[in-house]
Design a protein around this ligand. Sequence first.
Ligand code: NDP
Length: 407
Amino acid sequence: MSKVLIIGAGGVGNVVAQKCAMLPEVFGDITLASRTVSKCEAIAADVKQRTGREIATAAVDADKVSETAELIRATGAELVINVALPYQDLSIMDACLEAGADYLDTANYEPKDVAKFEYSWQWAYQERFREAGRSALLGSGFDPGVTNVFTAWALKHHFDEIHTLDIIDVNGGDHGHAFATNFNPEINIREVTAECRHWEDGGFVETAPMSEHRSFTCPEEVGTYEIYRMYHEELESLTKHLPTIRRAQFWMSFSPNYLKHLEVLQNVGMTRIDEVEYQGQKIIPLQFLKAVLPNPGDLGERTKGRTCIGNVITGVKDGKPKAVYVYNICDHEKCFEEVGSQAISYTTGVPAMIGAKQMLEGAWRKDGVWNMEQHDPDPFMADLNEHGLPWSCIELTPEQAAAFQVA
Ligand code: NDP
């Protein structure tokens, strides 16, 4: 029976724990650990109520390699699912190597003091994982994660070559707060205020944050939303692993209200990540802001509406141009009913569980460090349909696909 250790007891940690507990034949012994053990205990009690299964809990500071390695040994975990914060990625990878466990995460490493994220730090572990006979899966959330798998699946089944990729993340949900972020506010705000980068003819092009936008109508009457181009980490791995891609962009929907609040917060300095002196104490404004904003984990109860995340992909098949849109639509209220979390945590936690399942079952277990698109997409796509994130694929006309062309 397999033993897993989940680190992080936020919105995503809750979904991973619930979904793993629903599959006892794959996930034998489950331990949920985080800095604050009471959060793990609350989730464990809810898991027991929903699934009837007992999961163990533990306190761990995952910034500390030896403490984390000790916990891995004590639990006998063969796989660690890291759904803490991107800051912990490297220390948890080190702990996995030290204690002898496989590794999975949903977001790439980011240093605390620079708002910068890239894969180079984690790709540098390739040889060490390979030599240790250990496997690491990077970015097994929705975006990154499912969006990478959608791309690999489209290449396998619909294209000889992919030329353009537009990933579109629409959250049509409404939580009723004046301002709140759907996942960890510190990570979310660092991401959306960063310079935009997109891939164009062999290199990344930098533009001002939020400077390019479009109106996008989602299928299945989810609605029409304004989507803004921004940088997202899967662009880095996908353009590396699929070198025929000429242009790759990432778009996310933001309401005018969200953007208005964000602009004010930026203008008054509340999104700064450097230390400021306040009444004899050093504080980081963005961390203080996180403390006063609604907890994303508590949004589930009041969020209504649906998310629609998918890829518009163009390329050639048998010498002819072709365009497809592969997407998933997820309902906030249904997610809350099933696992007690809103759709953003759900769409991240379910792929983390599926990635872990693929690794434990062997289909995706290869020594070394891997991004999602480097594995066979078929078993993962089948599991998405099976475990709560059904997807659709439609063919687009050349005119529809051209909507993302930027002059
Ligand atoms: P939360 O802030 O809700 O939860 C993070 C959890 O990590 C908390 O329980 C926190 O513990 C714990 N944690 C933080 N630091 C440490 C540490 N040093 N040691 C142990 N535990 C720690 O975040 P979310 O659940 O919203 O997000 C989790 C991850 O998912 C993030 O990395 C985020 O970037 C990623 N994500 C990925 C997405 C994707 O599609 N790929 C989409 C959305 C999120 P405590 O509360 O005790 O401090």
